[in-house]
Design a protein around this ligand. Structure first.
Ligand code: THU
Length: 130
């Protein structure tokens, strides 16, 4: 199963009753493992979490730390763009050259590198990390 297919499958479990906009995300780590997440909305709207945040949380909980590939999918007119906050979240664990594949349910895809999605990033390197 491709990373996009994995993201599409977990998207089906998204809890998005308020926006109606279901998102699925999959990250592959340097160990080769794939971690999945979907958006989880809440009646108290700001408490909702994005699909990417869920996938990252699953990776960290499993003891993995480096993202080498990302896929995100939604039923959007164009391939779904990760929100600004999730670009920053991903950048914490993904190098500038990591490719993020964005997709929609109509089969369109768009690949962009982390440093295209978040140019001039403030990342762990700025604090002496990684
Ligand atoms: N959403 C994500 O899960 N990831 C993104 O990168 C874009 C937005 C979710 C948040 C909210 O549940 C819904 O999509 C509409 O914004």
């Amino acid at each position: 199963m491709s990373l996009i297919e994995a993201a599409a499958k977990v998207r089906e479990n998204a809890h998005a009753p308020y926006s109606g906009f279901k998102v699925g995300a999959a990250v592959r780590s340097s160990s080769g493992a794939v971690y999945l997440g979907c958006n989880v909305e809440n009646a108290a709207y700001p408490e909702g979490t994005c699909a990417e945040a869920g996938a990252i949380a699953a990776m960290i909980a499993a003891g993995d730390t480096r993202i080498v590939e990302v896929a995100v999918i939604a039923d959007s007119p164009d391939p779904v763009a990760p929100c600004g906050g999730c670009r920053q979240r991903l950048r914490e664990f993904a190098s500038p050259d990591v490719v993020v594949t964005m997709a929609n349910k109509r089969g369109a895809t768009l690949e962009m590198r982390m440093d295209e999605l978040l140019p001039g990033a403030f990342g762990p390197e700025q604090l002496g990390g990684h």
